[in-house]
Design a protein around this ligand. Structure first.
Ligand code: Q46
Ligand code: ZN
Ligand code: ZN
Length: 312
């Protein structure tokens, strides 16, 4: 197996590019793919300040590393979700990476700062954990980007994530979600610009990137992810990709190029007027925002024991 660029020994094959790469040229490919995504979709301009949502997993650490290497000013934000050992370990990986590269990592802890954690919040609000978690993360990341004066909030969503979300939205014909599924969501009504620079890389590639760069990341999946619909969609798409390399890329980028605009009016129709939350000032559709309501119901409740039942 030889590198397509230098003919030296290759360390990875990428079937959708029909090519193999040595370590140096694979790392260059990753940088080029991220630079191309940033450029094509006008995610960031030179000199802008980015805030990276850091979980301690491979994707968020890879995107942080790649942005810094490409010369962007990128700080991180880690949110302690209180999901048992998983959260303890994820925080350690995030801190260790930031310390090693001398980067700034902001931290928010749901329990210490807001009086509840994801398992408690989910139980108190009778929501599934990922719903309480997702709503808390969106709120806290948006708030940190807004209050910290950042130009954009960066997430580590990769091609597998985006293709799986698209698959789910197409299966249900969620026209308004399809109208919003884009690698960049512009700043609007008090929400920061949101960008996904990893959309041209798969999760296998972000994992390989971390290994080759010596970045330690949390390999374990969140114990609450079991039963998550998107994991099932990813399995189906992986089966397709194994038969037809490039299928995921064509599905997602074909949608962006040829279909996404057709759903723009559906997304605009669903867009309701927003006003500041009466408690925290975050933009919301009316009165008190969903995060403040969750905090009101769950704040101060005793921690919920994590059981093995939640695990796959
Ligand atoms: S951390 Fe949170 Fe994920 Fe765990 S509870 Fe679900 S949403 S699975 S990215
Ligand atoms: Zn090479
Ligand atoms: Zn609020």
């Amino acid at each position: 197996m030889k590198c397509r660029v230098c003919r030296g020994p290759a360390v990875i094959d990428i079937r959708r590019h029909n090519a193999n790469f040595c370590a140096d040229h694979f790392l260059r490919l990753c940088r080029d793919q991220v630079a191309k995504a940033i450029d094509t979709y006008e995610m960031l301009r030179p000199g802008e300040r980015a805030l990276v949502a850091v979980s301690g997993g491979k994707d968020s650490l890879a995107v942080w590393d790649l942005l810094v290497d490409l010369g962007y000013h990128a700080d991180g934000l880690y949110i302690g979700l209180g999901i048992g050992e998983y959260s303890d370990a994820s925080g350690e990986f995030a801190r260790a990476y930031a310390a090693r590269r001398g980067l700034r990592l902001h931290e928010v802890d749901l329990r210490a700062d807001y009086g509840f954690d994801v398992p408690t919040g989910a139980k108190a609000a009778r929501r599934v954990p990922c719903s309480a978690c997702g709503l808390s993360k969106r709120h806290l990341f948006d708030e940190a980007a807004r209050c910290g004066g950042y130009d954009a909030l960066v997430t580590g969503h990769n091609l597998d994530d985006e293709a799986a979300v698209l698959f789910g939205n197409v299966l249900k014909w969620h026209a308004d979600y399809l109208g919003r599924q884009h690698p960049v969501l512009p700043e609007r009504d008090g929400f920061p610009r949101k960008v996904k620079p990893l959309v041209r890389l798969t999760e296998r590639e972000t994992a390989a990137y971390c290994v080759l760069r010596g970045i330690d990341y949390l390999v374990d999946e969140c114990p609450m992810a079991a039963g998550n619909r998107h994991l099932g969609y990813k399995e189906h798409l992986n089966a397709l990709e194994a038969r037809a390399p490039g299928a995921k890329h064509d599905f997602y980028f074909g949608f962006l190029a040829r279909a996404a605009d057709r759903f723009a009016t559906d997304a605009a129709r669903e867009r309701t007027a927003l006003a500041p939350c009466e408690r925290c000032g975050a933009p919301t559709t009316g009165g008190v925002c969903a995060f403040c309501r969750l905090q009101e119901r769950a704040g101060g409740a005793a921690p919920v024991e994590l059981t093995r039942k939640a695990q796959p």
